[in-house]
Design a protein. Sequence first.
Length: 268
Amino acid sequence: MTRSKSASQPFDKYEYYLKSVQSPETDAEFIDKAFKDLRKRKAISMREDFCGTYSLTCEWVKLGNKKQGIGVDLDPEPLEYGANHSAYQSLTAKQKKRVRILCDDVMNPKLPKADIVNAMNFSYSLFKKREELKVYFKNVYKTLNSDGMFILDCFGGSECQEENESETEHDDFSYFWDQDSFDPVTNEAQFYIHFKRKGEKKRKKVFSYDWRLWTIPELRELMQEVGFKETVVYWEGTDEDGDGDGVFTRTEVGEECDSWVAYVVGLK
């Protein structure tokens, strides 16, 4: 059997994650537009909590020559990777000056303030207790500018309440999203990401997520409890096949479906 070109290269888990999971350019544009629509002005500063390799922060500063991006994460490994690879190295020298990366706790009350704080890729789901998540939301509220916006993504649907594994095929590899378990008493679930490059065996449990699945009403109620004046939901539309089409529209009425993704926004 002939080995593919990718199979002859060292396996870089962050590279394959970025290829499979994130759409930082699209996310940055959506966040920028949502703020402008909701606040009637342009946002300058954005803080990316749980930023990992901080691709979203890098895409943010590309949107304008005044944009300021802040990334915060406790894990030094992805931060170091981000500094040497991917989006950051594509920035100009001037753009890099507008990026500030902190190896810090998102609970730190002294984090830099921003027009926007985001917690994407469901990262806040590591907080399993309501009081823990509330403390985090309180800190976000305190560290937002006076008319700031907090945005996070969430997911759900009947498929998220059962064991299942889905495969997405790319040119030279496959990405697997594996829901290994779900507990209806606690709403806790165990997820894994696997990868399989052509000509190689599946690499199992490359990434692992032990999460609580928070519902949209829970997230909105917590935002309101910590002081946000208004909450907004953006719901993803569907294509002809019934899959998500990447287009998010503000709504107060969702759609019953097996799997859905939405954004929840808190306005200070």
